[in-house]
Ligand binder design. Structure first.
Ligand code: GRF
Length: 197
């Protein structure tokens, strides 16, 4: 049970996953971080937590194929059996998805299929809906698409600002993602749906 978390930026979900592992809530033999951005804050989080970092800067490769091939080579060295995308700002190629079919999870800050894309929280906020949420799903060839594993609803309160809503969504993410990873490793992913935070 070896997990790779892919992240490009802040890394709060990465930290939540590592914390759950350290607390024994997820039984994982090893965890690594794969990051595509040399200056990303998530790298500092990983170093502080003692997690091995694989840095794959797209600029160092002439094609996406070479970039992904380098990542795949490292993943096989560490015998990775699950990839958790956590703010990884790249669409993986169909060939990559095929290689790890049903072994790539993603977390998205909306109740998919609503509000795909990079501005999901803002989009839901501006639609003045009573609620939005968080989705963990299996990754397929389409962006923010694939079988839903867990979803949690998050209320949009009348006095919410975008910042307060974002904060509440992120704190739900930090509970939901470790739960989904735990389900994957316990082989329960097929029947798991609609767990609430
Ligand atoms: C999260 O909101 C996640 O849902 C989305 O990207 C964001 C990553 O945040 N896919 P962080 O880097 O984990 O803080």
């Amino acid at each position: 049970m070896n997990l790779a978390v892919f992240a490009s930026g802040n890394g709060s979900n990465f930290s939540a996953i590592v914390k759950a592992i350290k607390q024994g809530k997820i039984k994982v033999h090893s965890v690594i971080l794969v990051c595509d951005k040399p200056g990303a804050f998530v790298i500092r989080r990983a170093q502080k937590a003692g997690v091995r970092v694989i840095l794959a800067d797209r600029k160092d490769f002439s094609s996406r194929k070479d970039f992904e091939a380098a990542i795949i080579k490292r993943l096989s060295c560490y015998k990775i059996d699950l990839i958790a995308l956590a703010g990884f700002m790249r669409l993986l190629s169909p060939a990559f998805v095929k290689k790890y079919r049903n072994r790539i999870l993603n977390i998205h800050p909306s109740l998919l299929p609503a509000f795909k894309g990079t501005h999901a929280i803002k989009d839901a906020f501006e639609h003045k809906l009573p609620f939005t949420g968080v989705t963990v799903h299996l990754v397929d060839e389409e962006m923010d698409h694939g079988r839903v594993i867990l979803q949690a609803q998050v209320a949009i309160k009348p006095n919410d600002s975008l910042a307060s809503l974002e904060k509440r969504i992120h704190s739900v993410e930090h509970k939901l993602y470790p739960q989904a990873i735990k389900l994957f490793y316990s082989g329960k992913i097929k029947s798991a749906r609609g767990l609430r935070c």
